[in-house]
Design a protein around this ligand. Structure first.
Ligand SMILES: Cc1cc2nc3c(=O)[nH]c(=O)nc-3n(C[C@H](O)[C@H](O)[C@H](O)COP(=O)(O)OP(=O)(O)OC[C@H]3O[C@@H](n4cnc5c(N)ncnc54)[C@H](O)[C@@H]3O)c2cc1C
Length: 522
């Protein structure tokens, strides 16, 4: 067939470019029987640096690494990686030292029993997450989600990773070029050349000439060279809902050689944003993400330095030089246009709360690999489906992130007050909150099987933040036929938490062992 895809050209070599290359190349692996039906080329600028942040992943990354063909042991050794089991929030509710957790493990027997109504009916209940999963019991002692004898990617409790973004791109580059047959070109794309039908025919580079292709994947970061600059697909700002547009990132040393490594991302709310704190084996990655309309850069820096002083002391605070990153929260109107699809920052970015950017890259790369159009003719059909799906994902990201701000009782600064203004709350989120006032979310609240944030995540945020679902007139919260089962699950959960606390190693202890001995291969 004349219009089959013979060459895919990825432009950009950050996490988006290399993850896309890895997933597509592994799915369409070259085997000893013959050649891949198309060539996969990645062009990366030697001059434009990658964004260099993006250190928190979802559990989905385990499946992605497996799909790409990387061993978990190599990944942990090469990427300064640690285990992430969720997020621990501080000062989000009242600003008065309050805390709650959003763990990665769903509530016990979530498929068959909704524990939320039963938890609401308890008197003297422990925090919601502690009652329904053993995972949060591991956070305080910085415990690992598995043992050294647990096979690669398997677990006792669900987990993703914290990683060094630069080292991750480097590992993927090496694997893609050495094992997956990806052709790597180091050059700057200087011009995009259109075909007669309006598609992109080729890109002109400064040191490798013209490179033609049938499908172009734009991974050029926030510049969005192909989709944004060439095709002029409009950017839709979401700043009316989510105000943060600036980040200050800093790397902080541990105060002691064997200091425990946190099991989850720490997120501490401030007067006009929040501070992340991510524990890697060799350092902590911290940063303040905030709204420049609500606080000056100097004040935001002072808040970050005060935080660093609190966790690592005066000397650490005096020696860090935070790097400022500006971004406009939003996304492109569509993501796949003609023969070009944008992945990563080139398609959009909101803010790092709940670390949803890398998982969107994984999903995008996965869909392209699975649904790779056989011909140019069917590409438009795939593109329409892709655009519908990813617009739904972006909308859910906006609603779910906004939930954290809407539920806060803080009104100690214009930032928190503005976050409660009705105009800043998406309609769908307002509707959901009205419904959940009278019943807790469960399966019927999911819009699609592949929702980015499943209903357990809504439960963790709602009840962690103190949202009130009212009892029914019968003085119950529903689900009465499951009452006995729920009591059993609460008990089993407490027992499992106590058992895991005694048997699981500390994160640092396990990571040291992995570096020395490795996990058992699957
Ligand atoms: C403050 C902050 C914190 C974040 N934290 C998280 C997090 O915890 N978890 C998470 O999932 N995500 C996070 N993200 C998002 C995450 O960093 C990105 O989604 C991810 O790194 C992917 O970036 P990218 O590859 O799209 O872009 P980049 O890393 O910017 O890469 C762009 C690539 O394009 C190349 N390029 C540019 N112009 C040209 C050209 N003309 N020719 C050739 N090549 C070119 C560059 O050389 C580079 O290789 C965070 C983002 C920010 C801003």
């Amino acid at each position: 067939m004349e219009d089959t895809i013979q060459r895919i050209v990825i432009v950009g070599g950050g996490s988006a470019g290399w993850l896309a290359a890895g997933v597509i190349a592994a799915e369409h692996r070259v085997d000893s029987q013959g050649e891949r039906p198309f060539e996969l080329v990645l062009i990366e600028s030697p001059d434009v640096p990658t964004i260099g942040v993006g250190e928190g992943t979802w559990p989905s990354m385990r499946a992605t690494l497996q799909r790409v063909g990387l061993s978990e042991t190599d990944f942990i050794r090469e990427c300064d990686a640690s285990f992430k089991q969720g997020t621990w929030f501080r000062n989000w509710r009242t600003g008065d030292g309050d805390t709650y957790s959003h763990p990665f493990t769903v509530p016990a027997d979530f498929a068959g029993t909704n524990l939320a109504p039963h938890w609401l009916a308890l008197t003297d209940a422990p925090p919601f997450a502690d009652a329904v999963t053993p995972q949060t019991a591991l956070f305080a002692d910085c415990l690992a989600p598995k043992q050294i004898t647990t096979p690669e990617y398997a677990f006792e409790v669900n987990y993703g990773y914290h990683l060094d973004a630069g080292k991750f791109a480097e590992l993927l580059r090496k694997h893609c070029t050495e094992n997956l047959g990806v052709h790597h070109i180091e050059a700057n794309v200087a011009r995009i050349n259109a075909a007669n039908n309006g598609d992109i025919r080729s890109v002109t580079t400064d040191r490798a000439g013209d490179i033609s292709g049938d499908l172009f994947i734009d991974c050029t970061g926030s510049r969005s060279l192909l989709l944004g600059e060439h095709f002029e697909v409009p950017f839709q700002s979401q700043q009316a809902y989510l105000f943060n547009d600036t980040a200050l990132a800093a790397q902080v040393p541990y105060t002691e050689e064997n200091q425990p490594i946190q099991s989850c991302t720490h997120s501490t709310a401030q007067t006009a944003g929040w501070i992340w704190d991510i524990g890697l084996p060799t350092r902590r990655g911290t940063g303040h993400v905030y709204s420049s309309a609500h606080i000056s850069d100097d004040e935001a820096t002072a808040q970050l330095l005060a935080y660093i002083k609190g966790i690592a002391g005066d000397a650490a605070a005096a020696s860090v030089e935070p790097r400022k990153i500006r971004f406009e929260p939003g996304h492109r109107q569509e993501f796949w246009h003609r023969n070009c699809v944008a992945i990563g920052m080139s398609s959009g970015f909101i803010e790092p709360l709940e670390a949803s950017a890398l998982v969107m890259i994984e999903l995008a790369a996965g869909m392209i690999a699975d649904q790779l159009p056989a011909t140019r003719e069917v590409m438009d059909i795939v593109a329409r489906r892709y655009n519908r799906k990813f617009l739904r994902h972006w909308n859910q990201i906006i609603e779910f992130l906004k939930l954290h701000y809407v539920l806060s009782a803080r009104d100690d600064s214009p930032y928190w007050q503005d976050n409660h203004a009705a105009a800043s709350i998406p309609d769908k989120l307002s509707e959901q909150l009205s419904l959940w006032r009278y019943r807790s979310p469960w399966h019927q609240d999911a819009e699609a099987v592949d929702d980015l944030f499943p209903t357990p995540s809504y439960q963790y945020i709602l009840y962690g933040m103190g949202f009130e679902t009212l009892p029914r007139p019968t003085d119950s919260y529903g689900q009465n036929h499951h009452r006995g089962r729920a009591a059993e699950l609460f008990q089993q959960n407490a027992a499992r938490a106590a058992q895991l606390q005694q048997t699981l190693p500390g994160n640092r202890q396990l990571l040291d062992k992995v570096r020395e001995f490795g996990f058992q291969k699957l």
